[in-house]
Each structure stands twice: as structure tokens, then as C-alpha cells.
Design a protein around this ligand. Structure first.
Ligand code: SF4
Length: 415
């Protein structure tokens, strides 16, 4: 899939931080996450369960519910018309053609959902109302978009918005469009299927219907959270091909969240690897897959079976994802107790992003644009970077932590 890497980003997420305030204590679910997505690009977010991928997506969409709270960060979305609307009343929320969605009224954010930015979820069954036909629910999404388009660019229309969730009656026109959408996502006999209820669809069909619903607003950006997790490999391939075709046809950008590196390899232009609520490595698909820097990324890639050279045993990453309870998080690299290359400095403090020129000390930043260091922590979100000391100096056996330093490990992980 092609990406427009030289254009201004469509989405620019900066320092996004989300916490959950539970009875057990504060959970640092998403910690200072940065990434960009450009027009027509597919950006993958990969990591184990519990690494913060889904909460990151929900935070971008402003769908985090209590006891969760987005406590910091900026979500810049490029929309010249919206920037023009917001410039007078919310000047700090505007920078050129981009708008910081964290600083505009919540009604404005809501009005963008489904129209400018859509999301598809892991479990389509829980995303559809079981008592309303699939066609009617998609028609409602079409109607929301149609009404918003009728008053497209006025603050009044946005703040009185027609966001999804405000029940609107569909018209014959929107119903016909819903059938078209079902047809476009490959649902056979879409007219008849439109009259059926969610429980009458198979998992793959309902996933396709959810894609159709997400496309109803003709979004510029689609966030797909584990869209194929519950599907068998054949249906998974169909859904991924469908997303690729739609992305090519419509020029949408996609943020694809998955725990499956195979899905990333087949679909993404760039990716971020998440661990313990942070993006620990990001770069182009070739950068990260061919020259992984972070030992966690190396571990994920090393645990994929190679069909051309099947090994007798896979190499899982030992240990488990850490607790994200603030009280239980040590002030060190959060991967240290699972890292086969952990060194003394890894215990000092969490490493900040560093540029991987060629991965060791003395190497230069090939882009000449990236910043590094704990003080100026803002990373260039298009460069290949890793949040690991090995990004700027070599592994030193002499500084390696002694075996058993963390008291051993208790198992592997799935990827
Ligand atoms: S900073 Fe140290 S412990 Fe953390 S991933 Fe890098 S080498 Fe391993």
C-alpha cells in the first residue's frame, strides 16, 4: 500500500498518555505515545495483549471511558476547513491546516467520528445492535454522514452534530446506499442480507458489514482494532484483501492494530511496536523487519515460524508482560526482566528514543531530522527509532546483568 510520506501527516499523535484510576491504583495504560499517519498510508501498531494498543486507538478516538482518562497529549488531525472554523474561538487548537482534537469541544470531536475518522472493532457482534437489521444500522450511519454533509463546515453543525449514536431515521436513499456498501464489501445478495439481523450473519460476514458501516461516512482515516482476530485464516485473508482494495480505491489512511506480525508484514507501510504502554520501536516495514533494534522486536520476529526453514522449536520471549500499575513499575527499562541483552545502564532509568542510524554508537541519523535524549524526547515519527540503549551503543558483555538477576522467568508468550 502506498504512503504519502512527504506530505504533512493526516494524523499526528504526540505524547499521548492515558491512565486508569482503579481501586488497585493508577494504571499507566498508554505512556507518551507518538506516531504519525500520512495520506493513503497503513500504519501498524503491534504488540502483545496488554501492551496498550487498543487503549491507544480508543484515546485517539476519544472513546476512553471511566475510570480511564487521557491525561496528556495532542491529537493533530489535518482538516483545513475545520482549522478555519476553529481558528477564531480556539486558536491554540489550530496549527496551519491541522487541528488538535484534544483542544476542541467534545461535540466537534464527536462530529468527526464516522465521517472523517472511523473505527472498526475486534468483535463485530458487540458493535451491532442485535435488535435492528444490519441494513438499517448501516443506513443510519449513511444518514448521519448525509446530514452532516448538508451542513458540512459550520461550527454550528459540528457542535450540534449528528454523531453516531444519536438515533436518526434512515431514508430510502440512505438505505439504498447501505445496500451498495454491503455489495462493495463483498456481501452476496446484499438486498436480502440488509434485512437480516446481526445474529444471522457469520463472523466474517459481520466483520465485512462492520467495514461497510465504517465506510458509510467516507472517512479519510480508518482505525482497525484487531479486525481479523476472531476469524479463521481464510476469512482473515479476505478481510485484509478487502481493506487493501478499499484503501487503494478510496485513498484512506489506516491505523491497523494487531498482535500478528504476519498481518503487519502483509499490509503495513510503517509500524510501531508497543510494549508496556509505550511505542518502543518504529520505522518503515523494511527498517523494522530487516534491522530490528529493540530486543523485544527481535524477540517477536524470532518467534515467527519460518515455513522455508522450520526450526524444531520456536524461540518465544520468556516471561510475561509487566504490570502497568504505577506502584509496581520500576524506574528502568520495562523490558529489562525479559531482555536477553539487559545491561547495568538499563536499570538506571527508562531509555528514551534514540535514532538507529546503523544501530550502534558513532552512527549517524540517516534523515538528519531526529532528536534524541531524555530532555528533548520528541522523536521523529517517520525515522527508524528504538527506545533502547542498544540504539546508540553496542551491547557490552562486560556490562551485562548476571544470569538470574531478576530471579528467572515463568514462561513464554504468544505473538
Ligand atoms: S534498554 Fe536494555 S533492557 Fe531495555 S530493551 Fe534495551 S537492552 Fe534490553
Amino acid at each position: 500500500m502506498a504512503g504519502g510520506a512527504n506530505s504533512e501527516p493526516l494524523l499526528d499523535v504526540r505524547d499521548l498518555t492515558t491512565r486508569f484510576f482503579t481501586e488497585e491504583g493508577r494504571v499507566n495504560a498508554v505512556e507518551s505515545v507518538d506516531f504519525t499517519v500520512h495520506d493513503g498510508e497503513v500504519f501498524g501498531v503491534v504488540g502483545e495483549s496488554g501492551s496498550g494498543k487498543s487503549v491507544t486507538a480508543l484515546s485517539v478516538m476519544d472513546l476512553v471511558e471511566s475510570p480511564g482518562e487521557i491525561v496528556a497529549g495532542e491529537v493533530w488531525y489535518r482538516d483545513a476547513d475545520l482549522a478555519g472554523e476553529m481558528a477564531d474561538d480556539h486558536p491554540k487548537a489550530v496549527d496551519g491546516d491541522a487541528v488538535d482534537l484534544r483542544r476542541v469541544p467534545s461535540e466537534v470531536r464527536r462530529s468527526l467520528r464516522g465521517s472523517s475518522v472511523s473505527m472498526i472493532f475486534q468483535d463485530p457482534m458487540s458493535s451491532f445492535n442485535p435488535s435492528i437489521t444490519v441494513g438499517e444500522q448501516i443506513a443510519e450511519a449513511v444518514e448521519v454522514q448525509r446530514r452532516a454533509s448538508a451542513n458540512p463546515r459550520s461550527t454550528r453543525s459540528r457542535t450540534q452534530g449528528f454523531g453516531l449514536g444519536s438515533m436518526v431515521a434512515s431514508t430510502m436513499e440512505s438505505h439504498e446506499r447501505a445496500i451498495e456498501l454491503l455489495d462493495e464489501v463483498g456481501i452476496p445478495d446484499p438486498e436480502a442480507r440488509a434485512e437480516e439481523y446481526p445474529h444471522q450473519y457469520s463472523g466474517g460476514m459481520l466483520q465485512r458489514a462492520m467495514v461497510a458501516q465504517a465506510l458509510a461516512g467516507e472517512p479519510d482515516l480508518l482505525i482497525a482494532d484487531e479486525p481479523t482476530t476472531a476469524l479463521d485464516v481464510t476469512i482473515e485473508a479476505q478481510i485484509l484483501n478487502l481493506l487493501a482494495d478499499l484503501q487503494d480505491d478510496l485513498g484512506m489512511a489506516i491505523v491497523l492494530i494487531t498482535h500478528d506480525l504476519g498481518v503487519i508484514a502483509r499490509t503495513c507501510d510503517r509500524l510501531g511496536v508497543m510494549y508496556a504502554g509505550e511505542i518502543v520501536e518504529h520505522g518503515s516495514l523494511a527498517d523494522v523487519f530487516d534491522s530490528p533494534v529493540h530486543p523485544y522486536t527481535q524477540g517477536l520476529l524470532g518467534s515467527i515460524p519460518d515455513l522455508d526453514d522450520p526450526a524444531p522449536r520456536l524461540n518465544p520471549i520468556e516471561g510475561n508482560v509487566p504490570s502497568l500499575l504505577a506502584a509496581e513499575m520500576d524506574d528502568r527499562c520495562y523490558f529489562a526482566d525479559r531482555c536477553p541483552k539487559a545491561m547495568e545502564e538499563c536499570l538506571d532509568k527508562p531509555p528514551s528514543f534514540a535514532v538507529d542510524g546503523t544501530g550502534v554508537a558513532g552512527r549517524t541519523d540517516p534523515t538528519g531530522t531526529s532528536a534524541t535524549g531524555t530532555d528533548g524526547r520528541k522523536a521523529d515519527t517517520t525515522a527508524h527509532t528504538a527506545k533502547c540503549y542498544l540504539a546508540d551503543h553496542e551491547y557490552g558483555q562486560a556490562r551485562a546483568l548476571p544470569e538470574g538477576y531478576f530471579g528467572g522467568s515463568d514462561g513464554g508468550t504468544d505473538t
